[in-house]
Ligand binder design. Structure first.
Ligand code: NAP
Length: 233
């Protein structure tokens, strides 16, 4: 789990932990990571901390090595960590540095973590990858008359479109390997990401990732889903 210390990520960890899974709590801040691990253990979950900054090659490599050593492998990767980036993000005044920072975390970070974890996933019996995306990255919804998404930050929005494109490409390359990879949208959820303005609880937001993490072997791959079903690209 990346970004498992708070918000939706913490609730995904709690939900998978409640199923009896061993949970690697990926988080970059030691205090926040330790607090989340202790809280998860308090609920009975078998959680261990994984120091992880998804923008840092060495950190990601060390995380893969720690998981291999502590857990002996990896069955499911949930790419949950993301940032919105500095505001405002109207396209015409967008700072290129903001775009770069957002893409570095929300897209390149996912590629970095996924590729580092792939050898372990390939060795798993039922490997799954969940990319936490957002319906705001849906070009179809963005261009559907009557669909109102509000003033969504341009760099953040485009990073999720980019991520969705990668989900499709990974699914194509990994077809036939047993690895199922999908994008999920948690819905508008009250977390730090949006100043707790969301209308859904973090536990509700976590439900789609838990579903995609626990897909049966004949489940979908290369799809984009929320609680209601398929989300258009
Ligand atoms: N909330 C919503 O309404 C909503 C809607 C659609 C999609 N989503 C997606 O759902 C996912 C979870 O969002 P959230 O709302 O739970 O956000 P959040 O509460 O802000 O949590 C984001 C998590 O990502 C971590 N993170 C950020 N950059 C990182 C890095 N470089 N390395 C490691 N961890 C990093 C954060 O760690 P720190 O504590 O160290 O910052 C935190 O644990 C994101 O992918 C988001 O885009 C959210």
């Amino acid at each position: 789990m990346t970004g498992a210390n708070k918000g939706i990520g913490y609730e995904i960890a709690a939900g998978l932990g409640a199923l009896g899974w061993r949970i690697g709590v990926g988080a970059r801040d030691p205090q926040r990571r330790d607090a989340a691990v202790q809280k998860l253990r308090g609920t009975g979950a078998d959680a261990f901390g994984v120091p992880l900054d998804i923008t840092d090659d060495a950190s990601v490599a060390a995380a893969a090595a720690l998981i291999a050593e502590d857990a002996g492998g990896l069955d499911v990767l949930v790419n949950n960590a993301a940032i919105t980036g500095a505001m405002p993000q109207a396209p015409t005044t967008l700072d290129p540095a903001t775009v770069r920072t957002v893409v570095e975390t929300n897209v390149i970070g996912v590629v970095r973590v996924t590729n580092a974890m792939l050898p372990m996933l390939r060795a798993s019996a039922s490997p799954r990858i969940v990319n936490m995306s957002s319906s705001v990255g849906s070009l179809a919804l963005q261009t559907t008359p009557g669909v109102e998404m509000g003033p969504v930050p341009a760099a953040y929005l485009a990073s999720k479109t980019f991520l969705n494109a990668l989900t499709i490409q990974y699914a194509k390359e990994l077809g036939g390997t047993g690895i199922l990879i999908n994008s999920g949208c948690p819905g508008f959820t009250a977390t730090d990401l949006n100043g707790f303005s969301g209308t859904r609880s973090p536990a509700q937001g976590a439900a789609i990732a838990i579903h995609l993490a626990t897909l049966p072997d004949d489940g979908p791959t290369g799809g984009f889903f929320d609680d209601a079903g398929s989300v258009p690209w």
